[in-house]
Ligand binder design. Sequence first.
Ligand SMILES: Cc1ncc(C[n+]2csc(CCOP(=O)(O)OP(=O)(O)O)c2C)c(N)n1
Ligand SMILES: [Mg+2]
Length: 344
Amino acid sequence: MNSKQLSWLIRRHCVEMTHRACVSHIGSDFSASDILATLYAGVLRYDADDPQWRDRDRFLMSKGHASAALYAALAESGFFPVEELMTFCENGSRLIGHVSSKVPGVEFSTGSLGHGFSVAVGMAFAAKKSGDMGHKIYALLGDGECNEGSVWEAALFANHFRLNNLVAIIDRNQMQSLDFGENTMELDDPEGAYRLIDKWRVFGWRAIEVDGHDLNQLKAAFEEASENADKKPHKPTVVIADTIKGRGVSYMQNDVLWHYRYPHQGWEYDVAVRELCDAIPDGVVDPYASSVIMREARSENDGETADDHALSSSWKTTYPEQMRRVEARPGTDERVHAVIEDKQ
Ligand SMILES: Cc1ncc(C[n+]2csc(CCOP(=O)(O)OP(=O)(O)O)c2C)c(N)n1
Ligand SMILES: [Mg+2]
């Protein structure tokens, strides 16, 4: 399976999993889907029949709330049956709401932000110290997660010990759980003097920035990270992946509502499925029967929008004013990013 097919399947499973279980984080899942698909369809070395294979690359999902996306990637990569995804968050299921190490292919339980990355750094240190350089350690962090102090201690440590077997990926969707990241804890300079990528560089890392939804750019970034490993002086590499929270379903994109809301029965679910199915890649069959779609897609003036779909702007009235359109970089979609609150 190629990464385009896998990324579609991850998103499709996430709609079904969060919808059926009535649980959150679909925006975070969609943000990371293309990153996970690139990793599992051609970058990571693993043996799904032998998840503990000694020479496997280690992947740590430090933003452990996006568990549905990781579980979907693992199931589609053969670690456990795809049908098991339908038990997501049911009583007794091993597929619990934050990433669980009981699931084949998962190295470490995550969900408490800042922990997974520290463990990844420890693993890289242990491997390097014992001369076990036949595998790499990858960790995927959220940008809001970079508010955690432990992230920066681990980043210092990784540079100090020249951990060239370590690759961090930042899912830079500019959003946290309840607001834009820049309104929660600033990472970029409002005047543009420095950005998050510069912070990583002055912490000693090699840094690459890509469109986190462009599968070719992501693949190339991971290849560059591998080449970096041989360069002197030895350094860890960070890939800053510019992403859009909720990417893949139009009404979820860039709306912080979809950090916690799941696609409800009715037009939310129907439109999500319809939009994904309109973009199904060649060679992929929708694993869910179309009969599960109970209702037609939303019409323009569906009153249900007001009844049941509280857009973020209704509970945080300043929200729309905090958004502005930024210039799209060549070859990318136009994107909406945060404007920093006036802190004068
Ligand atoms: C230590 C810790 N504090 C708070 C939370 C609650 N929490 C869950 S997700 C989240 C926002 C994460 O934002 P980000 O890292 O940017 O992830 P993404 O935007 O990809 O969802 C927060 C604060 C947590 N899981 N762990
Ligand atoms: Mg984020």
